[in-house]
Design a binder for this molecule. Structure first.
Ligand SMILES: Nc1ncnc2c1ncn2[C@@H]1O[C@H](COP(=O)(O)OP(=O)(O)OP(=O)(O)O)[C@@H](O)[C@H]1O
Ligand SMILES: [Mg+2]
Length: 320
């Protein structure tokens, strides 16, 4: 289970506004990848391109031999069955209760009877901690509950590819930890290929196998977690450690004077790389690698204290 998603040279503009150019990456089958980037850099647009809701201007997105960017509507309809998607705003039907919202993909894409549908819906509602709220309308629940209901809906078709846009926005820290654990447990269980968009740098440090950063209309870096978590490339280091010093400013990029003024500032050291979150169900991660293997193979000395239990609690957020 789980399939590769191979993106090559993807470019998208809306009118004269270039969103990103030349994005090339492969989401490896069954691995968990995270996409980061300042607000407005086109992360949500990227997810929508992956399921064919937005057509790129150039490039290809190949899944099991089909290019989503150029295939027919019929092929797209078939390939969409592989996906579970949680949109940033939850995208629930406002006039349907949660039960009907979650049941919707099953009624639309399968021939299952109502009693089987009921079992699946209740199982997923339980998984996201929403049992008892089935009859509520999306407008009657909190933002975090809507997110979790959207997640339940994304899971009902047992997807091969899960695209999840900011699962943690509007969630309290405890529920964020539960959701992170749920992703890792699910990934171990169903082996789906995950792409998660998040701004939560603590999650970024422990959840994914791979990390990407969209910045300044291109993919600044994408690769195994150890590559980015040990990187001293200014924009990667700034973003992953939530620092004000670096090329990213409050609005767009900093100007030359601002950057020159920062030139002699000492940056805090790169925090230790924590161990990855392990599945709670005892099944290993599909892509389990020995901690530090990437660093060793690439001659990179990991930050001091990496891959220890203590490093798990370093959030990476250091104010400067
Ligand atoms: N359908 C559309 N038509 C025109 N412009 C769009 C459309 N969808 C998105 N955009 C523009 O594309 C840019 C990127 O938007 P996107 O929502 O992908 O950003 P993001 O990285 O997800 O930001 P955030 O972190 O705030 O969610 C924005 O400038 C947005 O206005
Ligand atoms: Mg977004």
């Amino acid at each position: 289970m789980g399939v590769d998603v191979a993106v090559t040279n993807l470019t998208k503009s809306f009118g004269k506004q270039l969103i990103w150019k030349g994005v090339t990456l492969t989401l490896p089958a069954g691995e968990v990848s995270v996409m980061l980037g300042p607000s407005g850099t086109g992360k949500s647009v990227f997810l929508k391109a992956l399921i064919g809701l937005i057509k790129p201007d150039e490039g290809s997105i190949v899944i099991e031999g089909t290019d989503i960017a150029s295939c027919s509507e019929k092929e797209l309809y078939e390939i969409r069955k592989l996906f579970g998607v949680l949109f940033q705003d939850g995208a629930m039907f406002g006039s349907m209760n949660l039960y009907d919202n979650v049941a919707f993909p099953l009624r639309e894409h399968t021939r299952k009877g109502e009693s089987e549908i009921r079992d699946i819906v209740m199982e997923k509602m339980d998984l996201v901690g929403l049992l008892g709220a089935e009859m509520k309308l999306p407008g009657e629940i909190s933002g975090g509950m809507r997110k979790r209901a959207g997640l339940a809906r994304a899971l009902v078709l047992d997807p091969e590819i899960l695209l999840i846009d900011e699962p943690d926005s509007g969630l309290d820290p405890v529920r964020t930890s539960f959701i992170n654990q749920l992703f890792i447990d699910l990934n171990a269980q169903i082996d789906a290929t995950f792409l998660i968009v998040t701004h939560d740098i603590h999650s970024v440090r422990i959840v994914p196998d791979n990390i990407g950063l969209l910045y300044h209309k291109h993919l600044a870096m994408y690769g195994p977690r150890e590559m980015l978590l040990s990187s001293d490339t200014p924009v990667v280091r700034q973003f992953l450690n939530a620092q004000t010093v670096g090329p990213i400013g409050m609005s767009e990029e900093k100007d030359a004077d601002q950057l020159a003024a920062e030139k002699d500032m000492d940056l805090p050291p790169i925090p230790p790389i924590p161990l990855q979150l392990e599945p709670s169900n005892g099944i290993p991660r599909r892509s389990q690698r020995e901690p530090g293997a990437w660093c060793r193979e690439n001659g990179v000395i990991p930050p001091k204290g990496s891959f220890t239990k203590e490093a798990e609690h370093s959030s990476g957020s250091q104010q400067h």
